[in-house]
Design a protein. Sequence first.
Length: 286
Amino acid sequence: MRVFLTGGSGYIGRATISALVRHGHTVEALARSDRAAGTVGSLGAAPLIGGLGDLGVLNAAAARAEAVVHLAQAETGAEDLAAATAMQDGIGTGTYVHTGGTWVYGDTDGVADETAAWNPPALVAWRKPVEDAVLERARHGGRPVVVRPGLLYGGENRLIDIFYTTPGKEAGAVPCIGDGANHWALVHVDDIAELYVAALDAKPGAEYVGVGGVNPTAKECALAIARSVGLDGKIASVTLEEARLQMGPIADAFAVDQQFTPARAEAELGWTPAHTDPLAVLAAGK
């Protein structure tokens, strides 16, 4: 299948290109710079220079493809919706896979699935109208699919590295918001890449949380990260207010208490997460 992909040089994008190519798909990937073009090219994708604001480029690339996977992170909801609209117009009746995130659900009060009510922290509240508009296309002949990844780990651990590993190394103790009793719905980057491949065959209007099914506490994760940088057992509790000062608004997202099951994706797409011990991976720093 011919697949057009945005965000190909990013954390999820690189893994997803590799998975798509491994499964025999032909990939064209948006690249904002020569460096990004080199990255996606080295993974087996044909680079296309442009950004999310280049709506004509997005539309034409989607029209050449049989499916679109939108991974690039927009700066605003308006930018994301404009890009999504251009690509959905271009792909027509082909599959369009849009990226959300589990943080939009807020606290889940136990193990939840895709039907959980939304209660997003301010950081991701803008996603609701965008995803509603994307999914509305299913009523008019389109094939939209929304994938909502959990908190990613494995490889670069982009968010975890920026907000936990690096500050922990510098301060001599890994931070933990409050008592760390809240759960994180984790997913390995290689597993989420496989879910994007599987989502190409999803039914129109389908929604999937991309999670590994193991939901450790934030404190357990902090202790594992501490081991990965030689700070065994050294974590430092910070209040949410202190975390906001250090991290910005993403602190509220890290503080949500979430547990999710991947049962729907397993049942409908045959996708089964291969990585089921996130604490071991975090402790190994891999």
